[in-house]
Structures are given as structure tokens and as C-alpha cells.
Design a protein around this ligand. Structure first.
Ligand SMILES: Cc1cc2nc3c(=O)[nH]c(=O)nc-3n(C[C@H](O)[C@H](O)[C@H](O)COP(=O)(O)OP(=O)(O)OC[C@H]3O[C@@H](n4cnc5c(N)ncnc54)[C@H](O)[C@@H]3O)c2cc1C
Length: 307
């Protein structure tokens, strides 16, 4: 399959592709191996062409945002990783609807909202993802989730077509969305916002940021919550009750502050992180009979890690 892709690249003179790219520094936990290919198209036309080809030929692929919710195997990902980073971007306001390119980072979006006095998205402040990742994960914090503010998205389909999908046609659940079709790349999100004073928007953003800073996980190498919470439990609480706070394998450690967070102390391998994940799962299962569900996405094969 990959050979077919190489022929396709040559034929179309695509310069947006790099071979054997380490994904380590494309993730916030900062570990993991190489992708066979990293595609960073610089036009939407190129993005559509590549995606259509990938889907037609069943080539394994992943869409990369800011890498703040993924763990890549030390053996890498055998397939094509698509990043939107080099595409043109825009943020536009039309009648209380803010339309934002998917590869814009949440932090950039917040700056815009503060400067223009646009309220509604403050709860996203401090989530280190891109708009595409935030939508794809139905990200949330402080009692709000993306579904409460999303108007619509634009996405490239497996046929390489750009389509709009209204929020009411998206099925949202906890850290998950389902579109009416499989295989898509979100290229744009439109959010409902309302006018407030710049001061009020900033004050709310600052409040959320200071709550985040108080958890002491600011600027650490992590992918945020490892597991999803259940309807009647917090994953972090269960892990803490298993006495695992501060437990480490290699250079990967369960945070002393928040037991659902794994921290890379500098030189952790993905195997270290993976074994820690398994340890958390096993201990919680043993003590509470609960199967924790991963929030973080695993890319590549982890069977080499054993248990
Ligand atoms: C310190 C820290 C704090 C965090 N706090 C929170 C929090 O409060 N709430 C919360 O919900 N999350 C939190 N997270 C997790 C993470 O930031 C979010 O899940 C975020 O939405 C991921 O965005 P990303 O751009 O980094 O996506 P990535 O991690 O790159 O990808 C995540 C998933 O989204 C998919 N994806 C990304 N972009 C697109 C696209 N354009 N089209 C289709 N699919 C796409 C990827 O394929 C992957 O499946 C935190 C993470 C960290 C490191």
C-alpha cells in the first residue's frame, strides 16, 4: 500500500510529504517513534487529493492536531499521519458565529475572543489542542463541552469532498463525536458566541487558567487525563485510592497532584507510559471491579511492551 502511495506522490509532484518522521516532538507527552509518512499539505486541494487516495487504497492514516491526547508506540505508526499545520487559516466573525480553521490552536482562539469581547468559549481556555482536535474529542472542562457551543463544522470526506455538517447532525458523547459518515478530516469549526466586554471575557479566561495552574500540571510533559471518568466515578479518585500517586516506571510517573495524569519526567519511552497505563487499569480492576476506559488515543502497535 505504502509503495502505491510513493508512486502517487511522484506522479503528483507532492512536496508536502516527509518520510520516516519522528512523532515524539509532535506530541505533548514527548515520546514515541516514527510515522512512515507525515503529510503536511499547504492547500486544501492537496489535502483532498491525498485523503481521497488514502481512503480509496485503504492506507492506514491518522489525523494529527496538537498531539495533546495521543501516545505513539516506540515502534512508530505504520501509515500516513496528516497534519493541517501548513494550510492557510482564518478566524471570521459573522453575526454571533465565529468560524475558525481546524489547525488554529485553542490559545490563539482565546486571544481572538478576548480582543473582540466574544464570550462562550472561555471554558476551553488552557486545553492545549487545536480546534479540530477539540471538536473531534468533544473536549470539555468546568462542566461545559464543545457540543454546547458548536454550530457546525466543515470536513473533507473520504471522496475528497468538502462538506458542511450542522451540529444537530453530529452525535456527541463523552470525548467522542460521530458524524453521519466515516473517515473525515475536520477543516473548520463554527462556534456560537455572544458579545461581552473584553474585561469580562478576560476575567473568566483568567479564572479558568488559575484553576488549571493550581493543579500544578501546567507546563509538564503529559497528555492530560489518561482515562475517562464514569457516570458515578472519577478515574483519578479510583487510581489515587489504589495508592498509585507518584508511582513510576522508568521516567514515566503518575502525577502526585492528579492521579489520572501521567507525566514524562524527561526520558520516558512510550513503553514506560503504556506499562503505567496497564498498571493503573489492573489495580483499579482488582480493587473496584471497574474497567477504566482510555481517553488518550494509542497510535501504533503496543504488543512489544508486554505487561
Ligand atoms: C495539560 C493538558 C490538559 C488537558 N486538559 C483537557 C481538558 O480540560 N479537557 C479535555 O477535554 N481535554 C484536555 N486535554 C486533552 C487534549 O488537549 C484534548 O483532547 C484536545 O482536544 C486534543 O486536541 P489536539 O489538537 O491536541 O488533538 P490530537 O491529540 O492531535 O488528536 C486527538 C484526536 O483528535 C483527532 N483529530 C485531531 N484533529 C483532527 C481533525 N482536524 N479532524 C479529525 N480528527 C482530528 C486525532 O486524530 C485524535 O484521534 C488536556 C491535555 C493536556 C496535555
Amino acid at each position: 500500500m505504502i509503495e502505491k502511495f510513493e508512486i502517487f506522490i511522484e506522479k503528483h509532484h507532492l512536496s508536502c510529504l516527509k518520510k520516516e518522521v519522528s512523532l515524539k516532538f509532535f506530541t505533548t507527552i514527548t515520546c514515541g517513534g516514527e510515522a512512515d509518512y507525515l503529510a503536511q499539505p499547504d492547500s486544501y486541494d492537496e489535502l483532498s487529493k491525498i485523503f481521497k487516495f488514502i481512503c480509496e487504497n485503504n492506507i492506514p492514516y491518522k489525523i494529527l492536531g496538537n498531539g495533546s491526547n495521543i501516545l505513539v508506540s516506540d515502534n512508530g505508526f505504520h501509515g500516513i499521519v496528516i497534519s493541517l499545520k501548513n494550510l492557510p487559516y482564518s478566524i471570521e466573525l459573522h453575526d454571533k458565529k465565529l468560524t475558525v480553521s481546524a489547525h488554529i490552536e485553542g490559545a490563539h482562539l482565546q486571544k481572538k475572543c478576548i480582543l473582540e469581547g466574544l464570550s462562550g468559549l472561555e471554558f476551553l481556555n488552557g486545553i492545549p489542542g487545536t480546534v479540530g482536535g477539540i471538536i473531534a474529542m468533544n473536549a470539555g472542562a468546568f462542566g461545559h463541552e464543545v457540543d454546547s457551543v458548536l454550530d457546525s463544522i466543515k470536513a473533507v470526506t473520504h471522496e475528497g469532498k468538502l462538506v458542511s455538517v450542522q451540529a444537530e447532525n453530529i452525535h456527541f458523547s463523552y470525548r467522542k463525536i460521530k458524524l453521519p459518515f466515516e473517515n473525515y478530516i475536520i477543516t473548520e469549526g463554527t462556534f456560537n458566541v455572544h458579545k461581552k466586554s473584553m474585561h469580562d471575557v478576560k476575567a473568566l479566561c483568567d479564572n479558568y487558567i488559575s484553576q488549571r495552574k493550581s493543579t500544578n500540571l501546567w507546563h509538564t510533559l503529559t497528555f492530560g487525563s489518561t482515562f475517562k471518568n464514569g457516570t458515578d466515578y472519577y478515574a483519578g479518585e479510583l487510581i489515587e485510592k489504589c495508592g498509585l500517586k507518584g508511582y513510576s516506571i522508568g521516567d514515566a510517573k503518575i502525577s502526585e497532584t492528579h492521579a489520572n495524569f501521567i507525566i514524562n519526567n524527561g526520558n520516558a519511552s512510550s513503553k514506560d507510559v503504556y506499562l503505567l497505563i496497564e498498571k493503573m487499569k489492573d489495580e483499579v480492576k482488582k480493587k473496584f471491579g471497574i474497567n477504566l476506559e482510555l481517553e488518550v488515543k494509542l497510535w501504533g502497535d503496543f504488543s512489544y511492551a508486554g505487561k
